[in-house]
Design a protein around this ligand. Structure first.
Ligand code: ATP
Length: 217
């Protein structure tokens, strides 16, 4: 059986080192064969991003180029409809078959909101979920809404080897290097004409500057 494939969705407005370390460390911690990055086209859970979907996609492409374990999937950006994770997973299942282990990668803040996602319980029928620690967002039962806490309790695996044993349905947590970086913080710095250097790759910052992005918040 092939190694589990990580699926990493996000707004990436813009992509930063918190995202890149999450994806990179998940490969080693979870035994993944690679990570497929899927920028959201029209994210349903938040206000419209400040830059176009094509620009967010391009920044993800630039930051992941050169890493053979990373691939970038433009399908949500190219779709006219809102980006629901369940639809993306249904498409991936059609593409990759029912036996490929898929691991949806989410930070602890995103996981805490999972019960508000479209058809969230169906997501676990199509993929495992791996929750990374993030500064300020502890992965604790007490901080989860009841319905999510009970799924977490029932499906939690302590040994990540289980991610390879089945195609979907388990929840694991992993501790990544804690980086208190957010896209919100970067947008604020740039809007105030302050430096965001060393929070995100130079290739992304160059693209932002060349295209005069995030000048007005
Ligand atoms: P914003 O500040 O605009 O809300 P963000 O920095 O949280 O953006 P997203 O694109 O919304 O970035 O996040 C994509 C995924 O990456 C989510 O699952 C989120 O939890 C995770 N993530 C983002 N930043 C970090 C970080 N510093 N550490 C761990 N996980 C992160």
């Amino acid at each position: 059986m092939s190694e589990p494939l990580g699926i990493f969705g996000g707004t990436f407005d813009p992509v930063h080192f918190g995202h890149l370390r999450l994806a990179e460390e998940s490969i080693g911690h979870l035994g993944l064969g690679g990570v497929r990055w899927i920028p959201a086209g029209q994210p349903p859970h938040r206000g419209a991003p400040q830059v176009t979907a094509a620009q967010r996609l391009e920044m993800v492409r630039r930051s992941t180029a050169g890493n053979a374990r990373f691939s970038v999937d433009a399908s949500e950006v190219e779709a006219a409809a809102p980006s629901y994770t369940i639809h993306t997973l249904e498409r991936l299942r059609r593409e990759l078959g029912s036996t490929q282990s898929l691991v949806l990668l989410v930070g602890a803040d995103a996981f805490a909101g999972l019960a508000s996602w479209h058809r969230w319980r169906d997501i676990l029928a199509l993929a495992h979920i791996a929750v990374s620690h993030r500064p300020g967002f502890p992965v604790e039962m007490a901080s989860l809404p009841d319905e999510l806490a009970s799924e977490f309790n029932a499906r939690r695996l302590s040994d990540v080897a289980g991610l390879k044993a089945s195609a979907s349905g388990a929840i694991v947590t992993f501790a990544m290097t804690q980086l208190a970086i957010s896209a919100t913080q970067i947008r604020k710095l740039l809007a105030n004409d302050l430096s965001a250097r060393y929070l995100l790759p130079d290739a992304v910052l160059d693209y932002i500057q060349t295209n005069s992005l995030y000048r007005n918040s």
